[in-house]
Design a protein around this ligand. Structure first.
Ligand SMILES: Cc1ncc(COP(=O)(O)O)c(C=O)c1O
Length: 393
């Protein structure tokens, strides 16, 4: 009755946990949520006011399929301002979140049976975008020693007959780790040599906490040429705190501008008009100051959570440079990640996400903790986790 590709599309394991967490809350329990993959801050006030103004002005018609010219220019100007990257706004395509951008790229670039290399672990929906066009994700296991990122040598070793390119994220979900500039340059050389393509998911761009000693590239656009086969996915969801507004963007090579617009026209007509008018205010000095304050808050939370987990004797093999996650190795406890998550929720009412949501390799060894709640709640989660570890010892 349904197309066979539906079999490939799996629900998140964390959804069952979340349903149970909500049931516990309804029964009067106080659940600490460290499983949520979105900022807990409401959208910044200037953005909300811009939306209210647009609504009052009756700006409710479709926009151009590529998005409002002023917004595409604002995005390009932001690359210049925050990243020092010169970008032609003509290469920017607004989308329904990074999700809409990934769907457009799958349709634009892949024939049935084609493969993209990605990391295991990675963002679980990646493979679903490919399934919809009957293409395949080839997940390459990456270890803590590799900072959970692919390097060009490993990628080349896994490059098969049907491999078209790579889909990578920096900073990544669930690990928060980034690709270094030399690693990105090697990747670029690989796709040029193989006549392949590189899709970089930079949705956590801006939410970075560079450590002393190595410069972390904020965008592959700093390194790639306008004609390189490099496709950048980004979004207003995370750094700009606009998850529910469903607005993101693509930066595509010059040759892809027209076909991606044609696809966007046909599949979506246009991105949300109100969200676009709102997003114009995301680059105002007031909003940028707010986003910077939030970045600092996420960094303080990450540091607090990291310190607390280490003090409890848990292993965090890689301290992430970005996003708002810690990928924690719980294998020393002698239980697998799903047991850990379920018991922590049932017995101590703390919700976290098992590694099994993000891949298969060593997945029962890892649990993702998200710093998407206040420092007071993180302190409470750590207190409860300490009790759990004492109970389970
Ligand atoms: C790595 C990554 N890519 C893409 C997305 C989709 O984001 P959105 O569609 O809200 O922009 C997410 C959401 O969590 C993500 O973590």
């Amino acid at each position: 009755m349904f197309a066979s590709r539906i079999q490939q599309i799996k629900p998140f394991r964390v959804m069952q946990l979340l349903a149970r967490a909500h049931a516990l809350q309804r029964a009067g329990h106080d659940v600490v949520h460290l499983e949520v993959g979105e900022p807990d801050f409401p959208t910044a006030a200037p953005i909300v006011h811009a939306c209210q103004q647009a609504l009052a002005d009756g700006l409710t018609a479709y926009t151009e399929a590529r998005g409002l010219p002023a917004l595409r220019e604002a995005i390009a100007a932001d690359y210049a301002h925050r990243l020092g990257v010169t970008l032609d706004p003509g290469r920017v395509q607004l989308t329904a979140g990074a999700s809409g951008a990934l769907m457009l790229l799958a349709a634009l670039l892949l024939e049935p049976g084609d493969e993209l290399l990605m990391t295991d672990p990675c963002y679980p929906c990646n493979s679903s975008f490919l399934s919809v066009v009957n293409a395949l994700a080839r997940a390459v296991p990456v270890t803590a020693a590799q900072s959970f990122q692919l390097d060009a040598v490993t990628a080349e070793a896994h490059w098969g007959q049907r491999t078209r390119g790579l889909l990578l994220a920096s900073p990544a979900n669930p690990t928060g780790t980034m690709l270094s500039e030399p690693a990105l340059l090697d990747m670029l050389a690989l796709v040029r040599r193989r006549d392949g393509l590189l899709i970089m998911d930079e949705i956590y761009q801006g939410l970075t906490y560079p450590q002393a000693g190595g410069r972390t590239a904020d965008s592959v656009l700093r390194l790639a040429d306008k004609d390189d086969p490099v496709y950048v996915v980004n979004s207003f969801s995370k750094y700009f705190g606009m998850t529910g507004w469903r607005l993101g963007w693509l930066v595509v090579p010059t040759a892809a501008v027209e076909p991606v617009e044609r696809l966007a026209q046909n599949l979506f007509i246009a991105p949300s008009t109100l969200a676009q008018h709102a997003a114009l205010a995301a680059f105002s000095p007031e909003a940028l100051a707010e986003h910077e304050a939030r970045r600092q808050a996420f960094q303080a939370r990450r540091d607090q959570l990291l310190e607390g987990l280490l003090a409890l004797g848990l292993r965090v093999p890689v301290v992430p440079d970005g996003a708002f996650y810690l990928y924690v190795d719980i294998s020393a406890l002698g239980m697998d990640a799903e047991d850990f998550c379920w018991r922590l929720l049932e017995e101590h009412q703390v919700a976290v996400t098992p590694g099994t949501d993000f891949g298969q390799h060593d997945a029962q060894r890892y649990v993702r903790f998200a710093c998407t709640t206040s420092q007071a709640r993180i302190a409470e989660a750590l207190r409860r986790l300490g009790n759990a570890l004492r109970d389970w010892a």
